[in-house]
Design a protein around this ligand. Structure first.
Ligand code: NAI
Length: 333
């Protein structure tokens, strides 16, 4: 087994609690991980004067892999989102969110197995907003052939290498004919290269309705940045909520693994947060590092604890704290 150095970004709010839980579970796998801890978000502003210190970027560039807790972004004012800045700085163009029904988790949906592939670098998240005249603001939606083609390639490659059958591009090209039209053109061109994978398209509003009716009909969803952000939270609801939804931000060089959820200030510091989302994100990280057996063991341990139903956090209807469920999962590993 080889040794891996990984950048650990605990983040804000519940971030330090859930990342400690994930580190605890990973330590039980026996995989040799050297953690380099770096601060980001609101917790970095005081110490470094910036929410995204350059030394953090250097660390991720050096190690190629990071595990990240959520970071806080003030609404309307204040510093720019660390996530958006980090994804841009490292060109982590693919946001990957696999959402599967988990055993023992009470939801209204069964057999959900959807992978959301979201473009991570452009669209309305380009941060290009300005006041035209007082009372009128303009926010620019940027869609490029380059970014659309590479996210489509990522989605089809992922589908091919993970035994998936169909990629569905989600769009609003009936209204945004140029921008979403270009996105669709790129998806179609890439789809033509992958005859083994089915390809279809659906308009975003219909997609939401069809998803809510029966998410099990969908396989791999391919979306621009904003639609992907919204639809992946929607899909997280099908499998039991944000406390269970893992994710990764992947580029050609680096990959940052993080849960879909935010810093949850309402429950921070109370040992109430569900660490499963970040623990499942760290299983994705182990797979990325080539530690496939360890990744499998982590997933099996999570499933066993959920199925057993004795050590569950409050969001899952239980009484256990963050540390207790982490210990239970670590013990199973
Ligand atoms: P949020 O995901 O932090 O919380 C939404 C709701 O879900 C809250 O009621 C929270 O208690 C609950 N929740 C979230 N994660 C949970 C967990 N692991 N266990 C149990 N319950 C959980 O979203 P919100 O409130 O919109 O954002 C709070 C902050 O997080 C904002 O500053 C936002 O910018 C930031 N954020 C950061 C993200 C990241 O770093 N990747 C992603 C999303 C939001």
């Amino acid at each position: 087994m080889s040794r891996h150095t990984v950048t650990l970004i605990p983040g804000d709010g519940i971030g330090p609690e859930v990342s400690a839980a994930a580190v605890r579970v990973l330590s039980a796998t026996g995989v040799e991980l050297d953690w380099q801890t770096e601060v980001a978000g609101a917790s970095a502003v005081g110490e470094h004067g910036t929410a995204l210190p350059p030394r953090l970027l250097e660390s991720v560039r050096r190690n190629k892999v990071a595990l990240k807790g959520p970071t806080e972004t003030p609404v309307g004012t204040g510093h720019r989102s660390v996530n958006v800045a980090l994804r841009k700085a490292l060109d982590l163009y693919a946001n990957l969110r696999p959402l599967r029904t988990l055993p023992g988790v009470n939801t209204r949906y069964e057999h959900v197995n959807v992978v959301v592939v979201r473009e991570n670098t452009e669209d309305l998240y380009s941060g290009l907003e300005h006041v035209v005249v007082p009372g009128v603001v303009e926010s620019l939606k940027i869609i490029t052939e380059r970014a659309s083609t590479r996210i489509a390639l990522f989605a089809f490659e992922y589908a091919l290498t993970h035994g998936r059958k169909r990629v569905t591009a989600v769009h609003k090209a009936n209204i945004m004919k140029l921008s979403d039209g270009l996105f669709l053109d790129c998806c179609r061109n890439v789809a033509n290269e992958y005859s083994q994978i089915e390809y279809d398209e659906i308009i975003i509003d219909n997609a939401c309705m069809q998803l809510v009716l029966d998410p099990s009909r969908f396989d791999t969803l391919l979306l621009e940045n904003l639609y992907g952000d919204i639809v992946s939270d929607l899909c997280a609801g099908f499998v039991g909520g944000l406390g269970l939804a893992p994710g990764a931000n992947v580029g050609d060089e680096e990959a940052v693994f993080e849960a879909v959820h935010g810093s949850a200030p309402d429950i921070a510091g109370k040992n109430l947060a569900n660490p499963v989302a970040l623990i499942l994100s760290s299983a994705m990280m182990l797979e990325h590092l080539g530690e496939k057996k360890a990744a499998k063991r982590v997933r099996a341990a999570v499933n066993a604890v959920l199925r057993e139903g004795k050590t569950l956090t409050r969001d899952l209807g239980g009484q256990a704290g963050t540390t207790e469920i982490a210990e239970a999962i670590a013990a199973r590993v």
